[in-house]
Design a binder for this molecule. Structure first.
Ligand SMILES: [Zn+2]
Length: 448
């Protein structure tokens, strides 16, 4: 029997009201989320900050960038030995061309990359979690002066290590990729190299979760301290969009429905489902003013990527020399961080990455029938190429709302709803028999 089940009318996000909220947690994912450990994250961060400098152009193999890369590689290898060899890792060296600016002349630099290979060899999907290993002080060209970079971005790399440690103990059909980038501060060099390579090798990256500055909860400037809220930045109009894509976007008014925005909503829903006392704030921007991040080269290559960051940044500690001046402390040291906060940000990442790697792929050829005038909506789609969908959620929201507001479950590949296609936005996501969901796909118009 084909049937429609009203799954649940879920979370009212706008005003943080908890009325009528049903939270269904997959026990396997919950069990993984609970393993994220603040002490473990603190240990990794302190070790990373203990290297004198992790500047991209630092070549010290004893106490500098090369030593830090070796440390990250050694951690990946340690996790690999407990994963029956399913986690492989490498120091991926490449030559970054001199640009006469932040890279004066050609230099050999390296990303450190680990892959937890999916159990299904036919399934090419990849989920990438990243942070940047390189650090800087006030002078971006100072490759030898002290640059502890505990929070920027030791926090992101510590998070990547913690996820690799936990997730490598479990099997997923899709592949998880863990990356410590180099060259972020010199102009996104490591991410540009990997994103270009991924495009060239036709990697099927479904999501890039880039973490940069994620371990501090207090601003000295505003004196606001809050470890229950984080930010996810997502692009509005895709950087890689061509004229045809832009024309379609205008015609269906999907300017708030880029793949990156769908991923951001997914992170909010999954993060808040599995991590208590954490609100995920959607920021409708690629990044902050005057700043950039390693998500951008992936967006330029057409991949779906977001940046995660703390809510209350402390600019006394970023890109500064460690010093006390007029009684004010500057510099990026671990003692100014909040590791319980970093634990929750890592847990949000883990809930998202594990759910995506576990879930079936996205439904294909999602269409909305616009061939006639009516006060209903007819949607149709095809099963995902990879993984098995037990059913699908059709998501619905007001055109003026940010988050999906209603979802309808069906085991069919079409659904007619008594709500006008003119008055709501819709999307479809695949659901496994364990309830794990793919990213949502918005319908394109079926006009003939
Ligand atoms: Zn950074």
């Amino acid at each position: 029997m084909r049937h429609i089940l009203f799954a649940f009318v879920f979370i009212l996000y706008a005003n943080q009201t908890f009325a009528q909220q049903v939270v269904i947690r997959n026990p396997q994912i919950q069990q993984l989320v609970q393993q994220v450990n603040a002490d473990s994250l603190k240990k990794y961060t302190e070790k990373l900050a203990s290297f004198h400098s992790r500047h991209t152009l630092n070549t010290d193999a004893e106490n500098g960038m090369i030593a830090a890369q070796n440390y990250v590689k050694a951690k990946f290898s340690e996790f690999s030995s407990k994963s029956n060899g399913r986690l492989t890792s490498m120091i991926d060296e490449f030559v970054v061309p001199g640009d006469g600016r932040r890279i004066v002349s050609d230099a050999k630099v390296s990303n450190v990359v680990a892959m937890l290979h999916g159990t299904n060899k036919q399934d090419p999907r990849m989920i990438l979690v990243s942070g940047h290993l390189d650090s800087r002080n006030k002078d971006v060209m100072d490759a030898t002066g002290a640059a502890p970079g505990a929070n920027d971005d030791g926090s992101g790399v510590a998070l990547v290590l913690e996820l690799a440690r936990i997730l490598s103990q479990t099997e997923f059909p899709a592949t998880l990729v863990f990356v410590a980038f180099t060259g972020e501060e010199q102009g996104l060099k490591g991410a540009t190299y990997l994103a270009d390579k991924a495009k060239e090798l036709s990697w099927k990256i479904e999501a890039v979760l880039n973490n940069d500055i994620v371990g501090n909860s207090k601003s000295s400037e505003t004196n606001i301290s809050n470890n229950t809220v984080m930010r996810v930045f997502s692009e509005t109009i895709p950087l890689a969009e061509d004229e045809r894509g832009a024309a379609l976007r205008r015609s269906i008014n999907s300017d708030n429905d880029s793949p990156s925005r769908q991923l951001a909503r997914y992170i909010k829903e999954l993060g808040e489902r599995y991590v208590d006392q954490m609100e995920v704030k959607l920021i409708y921007r690629n990044d902050r003013f005057l700043r950039g991040g390693d998500q951008t080269p992936f967006m330029r290559n057409g991949f779906t990527a977001v940046r995660m960051s703390e809510m209350n940044e402390n600019f006394l500690y970023q890109h500064e020399n460690v010093r006390i001046e007029n009684g004010v402390q500057y510099g990026d040291l671990p003692e100014f961080m909040d590791f319980e906060y970093l634990r929750k940000v890592a847990a949000v990442n883990l809930a998202t990455a594990a759910s995506l790697a576990h879930a079936p792929g996205m439904p294909q050829e999602v269409k909305v029938d616009v061939r006639g005038l009516s006060n209903s909506t007819s949607l149709s789609w095809k099963a995902p190429i990879h993984g098995k969908a037990k059913g699908y959620y059709v998501l619905m929201r007001e055109t003026s709302s940010s988050m999906w507001e209603k979802k309808f479950y069906t085991e069919d590949t079409q659904l007619k709803l008594p709500y006008s296609k003119d008055n709501y936005f819709f999307a479809v996501q695949s659901v496994s028999e364990y309830g794990t969901e793919s990213l949502p796909v918005i319908p394109s118009p079926l006009s003939r």
